[in-house]
Design a protein around this ligand. Structure first.
Ligand SMILES: NC(=O)c1ccc[n+]([C@@H]2O[C@H](COP(=O)([O-])OP(=O)(O)OC[C@H]3O[C@@H](n4cnc5c(N)ncnc54)[C@H](OP(=O)(O)O)[C@@H]3O)[C@@H](O)[C@H]2O)c1
Length: 192
């Protein structure tokens, strides 16, 4: 079985979006700064592009929150990765087939959502996307790895990635740190 990976681009002050997230600004005002590194097609961005390609290839299924789904559907025009995508929501909705995978809406416990995602992922990883979803999986000890693309900017406001986690320490082992001019790729194993 693959790993359960929480991955996000994050500002140095801990935000994964800018403020005022909504349809006009899916990443919050100015939040698209966090994903600029993905779109540099010059020589400077080659290493980042290679890392992003490798990371995508490891993804076997995705679990996202309903807000990430609502905000992402139009810009993606498809599932976020070409694999099955499970959307956590308390609303009941029919499956939504897209060109490269299907959105399946799941309610209920996190372990049961994860079970569906792991069955779909096979040997590959389950990727978690969205702050609330990431925080809840972390809180109940279901995350194996955290991958952060640390962007050299102080956003000042927005959605914090590591919020609402309570006072208990979550111990991490840093397993990778790759520098590039745009972003530092950090990988941590959650120590249990
Ligand atoms: N920086 C990055 O790399 C990155 C990556 C991904 C997303 N984002 C951004 O992050 C933002 C979204 O994050 P977010 O924290 O606001 O929202 P989110 O985690 O995407 O979604 C929250 C929603 O998911 C549903 N949900 C969460 N936990 C649930 C549970 N246990 N059971 C059932 N449903 C559950 C609820 O939907 P219902 O209200 O329908 O019940 C909840 O309102 C967006 O702005 C997105 O663009 C950034």
């Amino acid at each position: 079985m693959g790993k359960v990976v929480l991955r996000a681009s994050m500002s140095l002050d801990g935000f994964m979006t800018g403020p005022d997230v909504g349809t006009e600004h899916p990443m919050g005002r100015g939040g698209e700064r966090l994903h600029e590194w993905l779109f540099d097609e010059s020589d400077q961005g080659r290493q980042d592009a290679e890392i992003a390609r490798e990371a995508s290839a490891a993804v076997g299924s995705v679990v996202i929150g309903r807000r990430t789904f609502d905000l992402g559907l139009e810009p993606w025009g498809d599932v976020p990765f070409p694999v099955p995508c499970f959307v956590l929501t308390r609303e009941s909705r029919d499956d939504l087939p897209m060109a490269s995978g299907t959105f399946t809406f799941v309610d209920g416990s996190l372990p049961s959502a994860l079970e569906h995602a792991q069955a779909a992922a096979g040997e590959r990883d389950v990727l978690l996307m969205g702050a609330s979803v990431g925080q809840q999986f972390l809180d109940v000890g279901l995350v194996d790895e955290i991958e952060i693309q640390l962007v050299p900017v102080l956003l000042g406001a927005g959605t914090r990635l590591f919020d609402h986690l309570g006072p208990e320490h979550i111990e991490l082992e840093r397993t990778e740190a790759i520098e590039s001019p745009h972003v530092t790729h950090l990988r941590f194993r959650v120590v249990r």
